[in-house]
Write a protein that binds this ligand. Sequence first.
Ligand code: GTP
Ligand code: MG
Length: 345
Amino acid sequence: DHTNADTLRTPIVAVLGHVDHGKTSLLDTIRGSAVSEGEAGAITQHIGATDIPLDTISEMAGELIDPSDFDLPGLLFIDTPGHHSFSTLRARGGALADIAVLVVDVNDGFQPQTEEAIDILRRTGTPFVVAANKVDTTPGWNPQDGQPIQRSLEAQSERAESMLNENLYEIIGQLSDAGFSADLYWRVQDFQKNIGVVPLSALTGEGVPDLLTVLMGLSQRFMKEEMAIDVQGAGEGTVLEVKDERGFGATIDTVVYDGVIRNGDTIVVGGQNEPIVTEVRALLRPRALEEIRTEKKFEKVAEIGAAAGVKIAAPELDQAMAGAPVRVVRDRPLEDVIAEVKAEL
Ligand code: GTP
Ligand code: MG
């Protein structure tokens, strides 16, 4: 239903951090609990982008969230790789993000790509929270699957809790060395001045309700105005990856952050030599998990509105560039849109 001119779009959340600190596991847990709750249909998984609707978030966050406090539709998570050679992908994720989760292994603390991610977030001015992951590896830990972190802490021995605290304060100190005043999230009064640290485990899910609650709260409080978009407007997005897809040729995995893209639209895409002007042949969204295993991978949709991940099939995309802008022309002069795309490269 696209009757309102201005509607609130889904905030884009980039998940950043050092290799193996648990970014993908964290997203798997967020997706996984949803799937096991029979919500597979409501969740769209994209290459690199996962849309989690408010219903699902509220179910996972349980007692911590009252869904009637929120009018944002959910959160769109973008996974990024932590390996050192993928710095452009991290920078791209950071630039797209409205908000970010910096994942830090609670035992390893800050590592080179943690520092790199912090630099990206500082440069782009992206608000973020820190997920202090793998709390379950604390010696003597008594796992409390899927529970809010306070509940879980109540179940720990004094010794386990103090070992965890030591690691957490190490991370808080490292954040401070990086120029950010930080504290455990339940002690933070003003999330615009202080970085909240959320202890959690992607493996057991404890603390994940807290992370989702903090992210929704931050988005709702500080970004609501930026989320108001014209859902009928000409679509704008960023290319995450250029990929060959059987039957479609070169396609672009795109995050749409404004307006709407429709099948048949003329689009301008940043290319290796010059902007590519082409026409959308198909908008493809991955099917639910089960179907991917058994049959066709994608479902064609007629249109896609922000914020969302989508694979765009169109002629001439083999020269498209990861990180480049995508713009729907709609009723604007083509030359203006081409100039806009050039200016962003
Ligand atoms: P890159 O994408 O390569 O940067 O790694 P990543 O940050 O996505 O890490 P990934 O989620 O792949 O996890 C790396 C390893 O850590 C895997 O073996 C996970 O099972 C393990 N792991 C992740 N989170 C947790 C956790 O909370 N507890 C424990 N015990 N292991 C975890
Ligand atoms: Mg990963």
